[in-house]
Design a protein around this ligand. Structure first.
Ligand code: ATP
Ligand code: MG
Length: 344
């Protein structure tokens, strides 16, 4: 087997470079971006190490993201896949059931990756599988959470099923997940190098005191370690947590973050609408107060950045409706325009 240094030469990325690329899209979440960049780099290093005959002594860097709705969990994972240029598959943990029950088997998660690569097994084997709503499969006594009764088919059983894909090697995977479940053709996929990113908001507990007790969100904005013990108490199997060694908490976005999201990143909405208007010879501008009102309206909905698109559609409605009829004009959107639009 080759020397370590020789192996690393094949990696032209560094954690810092991955971070810088994530930074062009994802606003705030500095810590999460750093942690993800390191985990992704270690993951690539592990793949290279195995390729050059190393043994599997480097642990897999599967990730658990915890943060409120609309703060960028899914977006961060998707962006990471894009930055690393690997396929990405989105899954909702609540759709999974224990094998034998009606619903999705966890293998479908890998099937989606195959689908994303047009059934290219080699490409899929280096992909990222994202599993959202992981907090919803926490074990609940009596299965109250899933309404499934004492069998709790959507909770512990799914966690058990996930164990085998999070650290498995070769498994049989449905070829075409869009087909009806009993018409699947299966193909063998080596999942040892698939990176799993799980995410959840952990904020939907009926009993608010339970949330406080585990101290994920205590309202003072301070960062708290998320311990395995906290997560076991929440209802996760220790074996599952052992397979999600990289854990990171994302922050709720504030008004300034939302204004930045509207204006700065590679896919920002305001420049997008400006380009759209420019095609009709309209020069579109927003005052800073208008941007703050848009952010404020989003904050009220408690959906984080997720709320911005719908608000922008309302704000832009009267402008886009007249569109080319106002060619040659300069339109400045002010706070009052936003307030009127969101009141509708
Ligand atoms: N930090 C961020 N920087 C830039 N854009 C963001 C950020 N967070 C969210 N967005 C935007 O908001 C959209 C929704 O965010 P995302 O889907 O990542 O939320 P989430 O954290 O996964 O929430 P949920 O818990 O509801 O699934 C993204 O597609 C992206 O456009
Ligand atoms: Mg999400």
């Amino acid at each position: 087997m080759k020397e370590k240094r020789e192996i690393y030469r094949f990696l032209h990325v560094t954690p810092r470079r991955i971070f810088e690329q994530l930074d062009q899209y994802v606003i705030g979440q500095r810590h999460a971006k750093e942690v993800l960049a390191i985990a992704a780099y270690n993951h690539l290093k592990r793949i290279e190490y195995l390729k050059f005959g190393g043994e599997t002594t480097i642990r897999k860097s599967n990730i658990l993201l915890i943060g409120p709705s609309g703060c960028g969990k899914t977006y961060l994972a998707r962006t990471l896949a894009r930055v690393l240029d690997v396929p990405f598959a989105y899954n909702d943990a609540t759709a999974f059931t224990e094998a034998g029950y009606y619903g999705e088997d966890v293998e479908v998660a890998i099937g989606r990756l195959l689908y994303a690569t047009n059934q290219n097994v080699d490409a899929a084997e280096n992909g990222i599988v994202f599993i959202d709503e992981i907090d919803k499969i926490a074990r609940r006594s009596g299965g109250a959470r899933t309404g499934a009764g004492a069998r709790d088919i959507g909770g512990e059983g799914v966690q058990q099923a996930l164990l085998k894909i999070l650290e498995g090697e070769k498994i049989f995977v449905p070829m075409n997940v869009t087909a009806h479940w009993n018409k699947y053709d299966y193909v063998e996929v080596d999942i040892a190098n698939i990176l799993f990113i799980c995410a959840g908001s952990f904020s939907d507990l009926d009993d608010a005191s339970e949330t406080k007790a585990i101290g994920f969100f205590n309202g003072d904005g301070a960062q708290h370690e998320i311990t395995t013990e906290d997560l076991v108490q929440y209802g996760f199997l220790p074996e599952l947590l052992g397979r999600l060694p990289v854990r990171v908490k994302l922050d709720a976005l504030n008004a300034d973050d939302l204004v930045t999201i509207l204006t700065q990143p590679r896919e920002a909405m305001i420049p997008e609408y400006q380009r759209l208007c420019a095609l009709d010879q309209i020069q579109l501008e927003f005052t800073h107060e208008a941007l703050l009102e848009i952010a404020g309206a989003a904050l009220k909905q408690k959906l984080g950045a997720r709320a911005l698109r719908a608000i922008m559609e309302k704000v832009m409605h009267p402008i886009l409706f007249l569109g080319p009829e106002r060619a040659g004009e300069r339109i400045i959107v002010e706070a009052g325009d936003v307030l009127r639009a969101v009141a509708v």
